[in-house]
Unconditional design. Structure first.
Length: 132
């Protein structure tokens, strides 16, 4: 079992783009129940135009030695500072499968849905990789 915890604070300053602050908390665990893991990330950010938050959660389970399934989801919210009633919200969620085919071949399939005021889409991703 392994646990991971992190905290990050960042300040950016610029004459042209202005100032920005970001605060991020991450934590996760692997090897829970020998096959389960999860990872959380939460961020708060602000600059002279916007402030908002981003949260995401990924969890996975090892089904067999060759097959792993991952579930993911998240939420992003932006608020305009000058007009607090102007907000943008984005939600995404999906599933992924990783398959190891012997020592050299690796396949990945994932599906993801994104819903928000400014963006709505579905994505399907497939890859085959030869590792040497």
């Amino acid at each position: 079992r392994r646990f991971r915890v992190g905290l990050n604070a960042k300040r950016s300053t610029s004459d042209t783009a202005g100032n920005a602050d970001t605060y991020t908390l991450i934590f996760g665990a692997t090897g829970l129940g020998r096959r389960f893991n999860f990872f959380y990330r939460g961020s708060y950010y602000t600059n002279e135009i916007n402030q908002g938050s981003l949260q995401s959660l990924t969890s996975g389970v090892i089904i067999t030695r060759q097959l792993r399934m991952t579930m993911m989801g998240g939420l992003r919210q932006d608020n305009a500072i000058a007009t607090p009633d102007v907000q943008a919200r984005l939600v995404w969620y999906g599933l992924g499968w990783d398959v190891s085919l012997g020592r050299h071949w690796f396949m990945q399939l994932s599906v993801e849905r994104t819903d928000g005021e400014l963006e709505n889409n579905d994505q399907l991703y497939f890859s085959t990789t030869y590792r040497f």
